[in-house]
Design a protein around this ligand. Structure first.
Ligand SMILES: Nc1ncnc2c1ncn2[C@@H]1O[C@H](COP(=O)(O)OP(=O)(O)OP(=O)(O)O)[C@@H](O)[C@H]1O
Ligand SMILES: [Mg+2]
Length: 249
């Protein structure tokens, strides 16, 4: 689904957070939004999801103003979104049922089970359906969050620093798992991170935001074949270009 972010302005009281943010995402594209801590990335993602209203500007999904009750959008939040007293299966089902009710869909119990099973297999959690969150690793918890977000087969997947709390090895593993899922489904993805390397590793294009109030500083194309070699000279060059942009503005 094409996404158009047009002139988004958002303040909280006196604090101007987003200052005329505009960019487009093509259907099937993987875009990273990279900016320093506290610059307004989560606020922007909530606005793109239709969960928060901007002061001015608009977000169009396939040419229509975003409406979270109408558009099928998957969201992986920065904060954990699982319930500790539910199993892996129960958590994915809970996430699906919440989404289904806000979209006003009517699904039979069989359809719900089929989607939960599909999402669990897609992220590679089969065999762990009856495990509770405290019995699985951090990476697996993020797979639960991804399965929750994918269970409705959304047209747009929004991910807000989903791997921020993981150790570096698990992060690399999860980045590759995400690319595996993405190459299979070819969803439009907007992925927020403050790790430049992660943005360059994952995305077709990186939108670079300034510190508060956030403006779009640059859009950097990453036309490198996947899987990417983080030590290749072109990769290092793009990473340096974005680092300079973030450092000197
Ligand atoms: N509901 C709110 N009410 C008041 N201020 C808010 C609210 N939400 C966010 N802010 C402020 O807006 C600014 C941007 O917050 P936001 O969470 O969007 O940044 P972020 O880039 O996601 O940060 P991080 O990298 O830490 O996740 C911060 O100064 C924050 O305090
Ligand atoms: Mg945030």
């Amino acid at each position: 689904m094409d996404v158009e972010v047009k002139g988004i302005v958002k303040s909280f009281g006196e604090l101007l957070v987003l200052d005329h943010i505009s960019f487009n995402v093509r259907s099937g594209e993987f875009v990273a939004v990279c900016g320093p801590t506290g610059c307004g990335k989560t606020t922007l993602m909530k606005i793109i999801a239709g969960l928060l209203k901007p002061d001015s500007g608009e977000v169009l999904l396939a040419g229509e103003p975003v409406d979270y009750r109408r558009h099928n959008i998957g969201f992986v939040f920065q904060e954990p979104s699982y319930l500790p007293w539910r199993t892996v299966w129960g958590n994915v089902k809970f996430g699906l049922e919440a989404k289904v009710s806000s979209l006003g869909w009517k699904l039979t119990r069989e359809e719900v089970d089929k989607r939960v099973k599909w999402a669990i297999e897609l992220v590679g959690l089969e065999g762990f359906e009856s495990y509770y969150p405290h019995q699985i690793s951090g990476g697996m918890k993020q797979k639960v969050a991804l399965a929750q977000a994918l269970a409705t087969d959304p047209h747009l997947l929004l991910m807000d620093e989903p791997f921020g709390a993981l150790d570096i090895q698990t992060r690399y593993y999860m980045e590759n798992e995400l690319l595996r899922v993405w190459s299979k489904l070819r969803k439009t993805v907007i992925f927020v991170t403050h790790y430049i390397e992660e943005a360059v590793y994952l995305a077709d294009r990186v939108i670079v935001l300034s510190s508060l109030p956030a403006k779009v500083k640059a859009e950097v194309d990453v036309s490198l074949p996947r899987p990417r070699d983080v030590t290749s000279s072109r990769f290092v060059e793009i990473r340096r270009e974005i680092t300079e942009l973030i450092r000197w503005w």
